[in-house]
Design a protein around this ligand. Structure first.
Ligand code: FEO
Ligand code: CA
Ligand code: CA
Length: 633
């Protein structure tokens, strides 16, 4: 069968096998079945049926893949740059220095590098004024320093740390366009050397104490801030991801224990090199410093004087984001992924109820509660639409085999080494869990499983929500909690989409599920965002070589899906070498804020200014419709 025939067969399956796939609503299924009548399918019947299934939620046509160094959007949409790496936050602040010779002190008061997850906090009663908290995940040495290499001094390490963390900025809409408000008293940086508190069960534990912090309750810095969460009580959650990469050891013979190894500790830090110039990151001198990172951090954006707090009750791992939900009885739920090959999906359920009347009363809500990890059964083996059941397993000291006999002295140790505790209870090893979001329409939870080249190797069976060996394309998992209650400990799961390349490959394993076509294909789904109407926005962090397995996919991109029908359309393509990550919406849903991270990470881009020989700069862009309508509608 040639590829064209294979694609036709896939289309036919879309019509005939609807109930099996479950990607099309019951109404559309009924209509298609009645329309088809017998079993003779002509091309015209097929086309009519596909049109009948077209989403009414998505009001734009899918755009082509692109490899240009620009933002590509559907007709009728426009974008502008809200803020870029190095922009001074305060009046008369030090300007961005493209030479790479700018100081660490200057970077500490400029917008950080490699912006990632972000949330918008509207001022009450004002649709045109808001604060945005924006993560700055890491930095590109190629552009940060004049020499373009690894940091070579304590000052250069300090400058790298100043690029990371969080930027809080005020934004206002003027003349129809959202703009950064330089000099706002709310503007602040919480960078890799800023003072933070530790709270929750692990704060003050022996494993959290260092020579500089004998109480184990105060820590310098948050860094490797990947994605985010927004609480119903108006605070921002920033999630520390690849923290282990920042540590190394000056002792070449350093022997790491099992807990350090499980978190990836090694003598040579991963292309970061800080430990050679800042002893805080030298595990031979400060082994416990590693335990003070890898947490979810809570920030009050409306109080510039407040000290951010690392919430240890949520567990320590390579946090991607934090998705908030509420149980039927009013408690907070935080869904979280651990982005590493074969690591897990977690949820935290607070002990106390959310106080919606007095937001400040929720100050300690994330310090008390129960952490769970997900186990997925192998389920239905249908490659196009795997589905099954799953359960949440409690990670509490004294339960489920987690106790002194398995290496945990108390709950603090369970949380600090939660990956090991989750392994004891038989959690499912996933294909790199990235973002998680909760549908505002029906409460279903979606999680990107971005890829996993090691799927199929020992301890990582090819089944359930991880159905492909050496998975290079990724998939989006979703689950529906029993009784529609996020407190439920059981759920039903299915795969919303299995990414693939139907223009190069045949068969679901590499061509993708039936809602992937040559016109919307992508790889490595990562960021996710739901708008108020229930459109699911999908952001990619994938292979942008546009060759081989990825031929025809172009640069990283943003797509938009109708969760009910399963239809996916490509909405935006980013510039050369970028990752598209971070999404937020204006209060009226007319502007999409989207993060363009590391354009030109390997050269080849001058985005966004396009100056001759200019440096590319990570940026937040604002996308809106020229006719002033709702974005995506
Ligand atoms: Fe920062 Fe897993 O992405
Ligand atoms: Ca990510
Ligand atoms: Ca990623």
């Amino acid at each position: 069968m040639n590829l064209l025939e294979e694609n036709q067969a896939t289309d036919l399956e879309t019509i005939v096998g609807l109930s099996r796939r479950g990607f099309i609503s019951a109404g559309a299924l009924c209509g298609a079945a009645m329309f088809l009548g017998g079993n003779l399918l002509s091309r015209s019947v097929l086309a009519a049926s596909v049109n009948a299934a077209s989403s009414k939620l998505l009001g734009f046509d899918s755009i082509a893949a692109a490899t240009s160094d620009t933002i590509t959007l559907p007709p009728g949409y426009t974008s502008s740059v809200l803020i870029s790496w190095g922009q001074p936050l305060h009046k008369n602040g030090p300007a961005f220095d493209p030479s790479g010779n700018g100081s660490a002190q200057a970077q500490e008061v400029q917008f950080g590098d490699n912006n990632d997850g972000m949330s918008l906090f509207a001022f009450p009663g004002d649709d045109n004024r808001a604060l945005m908290a924006i993560n700055n995940e890491y930095t590109n040495y190629r552009y940060l320093y004049a020499h373009g290499g690894m940091p070579q001094s304590a000052e250069e390490v300090r400058k790298a740390l100043a690029c990371e963390g969080v930027s809080v900025i005020e934004v206002q809409r003027k003349n129809g366009q959202w703009q950064f408000v330089q000099g706002s008293p709310y503007n602040r940086r919480i960078h890799g050397n800023a003072p933070l508190h530790l709270s929750g069960p692990a704060a003050g534990h022996e494993l959290m104490k260092t020579g500089a912090d004998k109480a184990g309750k105060n820590v310098l810095g948050t860094f490797q801030n990947c994605a985010n969460g927004k609480t119903p009580w108006g605070t921002y959650l920033t999630c520390e991801e690849n923290f282990t990469d920042c540590f190394g050891s000056s002792n070449p013979e350093h022997k790491f224990d099992a807990t350090q190894k499980r978190y990836g500790a090694s003598v040579a830090s991963k292309e970061i090199n800080w430990h050679q110039h800042d002893p805080r990151f030298d595990l031979a001198k400060n082994p416990n410093e590693l335990n003070r990172h890898g947490w979810v951090v809570e920030i009050d954006p409306f109080d510039p004087q407040s000290t951010p707090i690392k919430r240890t009750a949520l567990g320590r791992f390579k946090h991607e984001n934090a998705a908030l939900a509420e149980t039927h009885d009013g408690r907070a739920v935080v869904y979280m992924g651990d982005d590493e090959r074969g690591e897990f999906i977690y949820k935290f359920v607070s002990r106390d109820k959310i106080n919606h009347t007095h937001p400040k009363a929720n100050h300690e809500l994330l310090d008390h509660g129960t952490l769970y990890v997900a186990r997925f059964d192998a389920g239905d083996s249908n490659p196009d639409h795997p589905k099954g059941q799953g359960q949440w397993i409690e990670l509490t000291h004294g339960k489920n085999g987690i106790d002194a006999s398995s290496g945990f002295a108390d709950q603090a140790e369970v949380l600090i080494h939660v990956r090991l505790a989750a392994s004891i209870v038989g959690a499912t090893r996933m294909d790199r869990p990235e973002w998680i979001v909760v549908s505002p329409q029906d409460g279903q939870v979606y999680c990107t499983l971005t890829n996993n080249a090691k799927r199929g190797e020992d301890g990582q069976p090819v089944d359930g929500p991880n159905p492909r060996e050496k998975n290079v394309y990724g998939q989006i998992l979703r689950w529906h909690t029993d009784r529609d209650d996020h407190a439920s400990l059981t759920f039903a799961w299915d795969l919303f989409v299995v990414a693939g390349n139907p223009s190069v490959h045949a068969g679901t394993a590499k061509a993708g599920s039936s809602n992937i076509t040559p016109h919307n294909m992508f790889n490595s789904p990562d960021g996710l965002g739901f708008d108020k109407a229930g459109r699911l926005w999908i952001l990619s962090d994938g292979d942008y070589s546009n060759a081989g397995d990825f031929a025809g996919m172009g640069n990283n991109q943003m797509l938009c899906a109708d969760p009910a029908s399963g239809e996916i359309r490509r909405f935006m393509v980013g510039p050369v070498g970028c990752e598209v990550t971070g999404i937020s919406f204006s209060p009226d849903q007319k502007t999409l804020f989207v993060g363009i991270q590391h354009p030109g990470e390997n050269g080849g881009s001058t985005f966004p200014e396009h100056l001759p020989n200019g440096k590319p700069r990570s940026s937040v862009i604002a996308i809106s419709r020229e006719d002033g309508g709702i974005a995506g509608a």
